[in-house]
Design a protein around this ligand. Structure first.
Ligand code: AMP
Length: 121
């Protein structure tokens, strides 16, 4: 499968569709999920064109990998859900069909602001 340049997150990255931005740097963009499942529901996406975590693991540079992991922590701090600023959160990435991934651009969901609950339904 090749990367679909017309997926919704690619359009957000190109500025063609608006988002409620939380944080941005050289490696990541973070914004609020349009359909929040918890009090806080943020998305963190790499700026590079990666379909999912497997694709990212195989093709991303070490700098991009560090940038994404650090980006998640920066967003969690900004939202005051990180361990040092709040009470924790869940980071989750859906991967492909069985993972339930809908948007084919790698993204981490950050859920917090309340107890997140059962890990898998
Ligand atoms: P996934 O099922 O892991 O691919 O999650 C995709 C997520 O993207 C869902 O939680 C959607 O609510 C969210 N989403 C879809 N379109 C937008 C958008 N335009 N802005 C923000 N979040 C979106």
């Amino acid at each position: 499968m090749s990367y679909d340049n017309n997926n919704i997150f690619a359009k957000i990255l190109r500025g063609e569709i608006p988002c409620k931005k939380i944080y941005e740097d050289k490696y990541v963009l973070s914004f609020h999920d349009i359909n929040p499942q918890k009090k806080i529901h943020a998305l963190v996406i790499p700026k590079g064109n990666y379909i999912d975590l497997d694709d990212f693991s195989e093709k991303a540079s070490p700098e991009e990998m560090v940038g994404l992991i650090k980006g998640i922590n920066k967003v969690a701090k900004k939202l005051k859900i990180s361990v040092d600023t709040g009470n924790g959160y869940r980071a989750l990435a859906n991967i492909s069909e069985h993972g339930g991934q809908e948007v084919p651009h790698l993204h981490f969901h950050l859920f917090g602001g309340e107890r997140v609950g059962k890990m898998v339904e």
